[in-house]
Design a protein around this ligand. Structure first.
Ligand code: HAM
Length: 415
């Protein structure tokens, strides 16, 4: 047997219904906030991610599905969605056109990570990206969107926020941090020594306990924010509090991708392994220019659908009965049953049994398919233009004229 690749998971019904439900809620909320659907390729030039996500990130350093295609191009399966949307935005010349544009997307992302609970090699994200909007109200809006999505789904998470400052504050901070790291060069791990040279702030993310002990005394980015960044960070907190969103400031939150400035945030949950992120994002005002476009503001987020499914998976009840099942008791009734089904399918989900069988067997099959209604046609019904119906939720049954069927079904199914 050929099995699936490690870290690549298929999702069959009924779990796939949960995936659909999550995406539907995400889309509804995103549209209410003015975001529009965008489709971006799964395959991009490797250089796109090297330049955006960053050479010093684990994603680019270790986790890319990178290969040479038949034309000799260095390509990569997208490890995240932002870079591709930014590239599309620039190629469409929207950076030059100006104005504010808001996009949402969902689909597969690929990272060659060590698979474990809540960590896959192919996973799905729902994400939003807003271009051309400098206001911190939009940073608050993307956080509020996630909050609304999680509240509709009934998920409890913890929101962590931080500010990474702008280029000026970050430059000043980096100098202070490198000085601190130089003073502790002997005690920090090999990875942190490397990070000190490539992207020092990533040391704050180090998982080695002895390093974390040292960084308890490290200078923090928040202490180096200039007035503009500090003011915006304060305003963000006010907007969140004013709209009933609880948060915690995590001054060591740096995110695993290099393109952020100012607002950075993560929604974490303990239900999928210690403090795993269910969603994350922030502002990236330099990324468009860095990828060759005209400088444009950017802010956005992405959430991991499998991680949400993992949290909800244990809790979801059996889904409610839906649609109808129709079958015939004799071979002569099959054509009639099929015709009725095709007509009803214009407005109602209908399962047809192509095999004539006894009423009880049809009822069992309807029950197994989780149908709300079972319809059955026998020789007598066929002759008299009637049909037998059972509401499997209400346990009520009746025989009715075929002409009244559709109205009765719509009444029961409330469609
Ligand atoms: P990220 O934090 O790398 O951000 O990923 C966002 C979310 O994707 C994570 O919070 C997590 O739920 C999910 N995720 C990441 N890796 C895996 C994995 N191996 N298996 C399952 N789920 C995973 C980004 O990707 C940014 N592009 C977000 C963003 C958009 N920032 C601004 N705009």
């Amino acid at each position: 047997m050929i099995s699936a690749l490690r870290g690549m998971k298929h999702v069959l019904p009924p779990q796939s219904g949960l995936y659909e439900r999550i995406i539907k809620i995400c889309e509804e909320v995103a549209k209410n906030y003015g975001y529009e659907f965008v489709l971006a390729p799964h395959l991009e030039q490797t250089a796109l991610f090297r330049r955006s996500v960053g050479e010093s990130s684990d994603i680019v350093g270790k986790e890319m599905y990178q290969f040479e295609d038949k034309g000799g191009n260095d390509v990569c399966l997208r490890p995240e969605g932002t870079a591709g949307v930014v590239r599309a935005f620039i190629e469409a010349k929207f950076d030059r056109a100006g104005g504010v544009r808001r996009y949402f997307y969902h689909g597969s992302m690929f990272r060659y990570e060590r698979p474990q609970k809540g960590r896959l090699r192919e996973f799905h994200q729902f994400g939003c990206e807003c271009f051309g909007e400098p206001s911190v109200y939009e940073d608050a809006s993307v956080i509020l969107m996630i909050n609304e999505i999680f509240s509709r789904l009934g998920i409890k998470t913890k929101l962590l926020i931080n500010s990474l400052g702008d280029a000026a504050s970050m430059g000043a901070y980096r100098q202070k941090l490198v000085k601190f790291l130089d003073a502790h060069e002997e005690q920090i791990c090999e990875d942190c020594k490397r990070r000190k040279l490539t992207n020092p702030i990533r040391v704050l993310d180090c998982k080695v306990e002895s390093c974390q002990k040292i960084y308890e005394n490290a200078p923090l980015i928040i202490g180096s924010l200039n007035d503009e960044c500090a003011g915006e960070f304060k305003k963000l907190q006010e907007i969140l509090s004013g709209n009933g969103v609880e948060f915690e400031i995590d001054p060591k939150l740096v995110r695993g991708l290099d393109y952020y400035c100012k607002t950075a945030f993560e929604f974490v949950s303990d239900e999928i392994g210690a403090k795993s992120a269910v969603a994350g994002g922030g502002r990236y005002d330099r990324l468009v220019e860095y990828l060759g476009g005209k400088a444009s503001y950017g802010v956005g987020f992405a959430m991991g659908i499998e991680r949400i499914m993992e949290i909800l998976g244990g809790r979801e009840n059996q889904s409610a009965r839906n649609g109808l099942y129709i079958g015939a008791m004799d071979a002569d009734g099959l054509d009639a049953v099929y015709k009725i089904a095709i007509n009803l399918r214009k407005s109602i989900p209908v399962l047809v049994s192509y095999e004539p069988k006894k009423l009880q067997k049809h009822l069992n099959a309807a029950d197994n398919a989780n149908a709300r209604i079972c319809l059955c046609v026998g020789e007598d019904e066929l002759k008299s233009g009637k049909i037998w119906l059972k509401d499997l939720s209400e346990k009520a049954e009746k025989t009715l004229d075929l002409v009244d069927l559709e109205t009765e079904l719509k009444r029961i199914l409330n469609v």
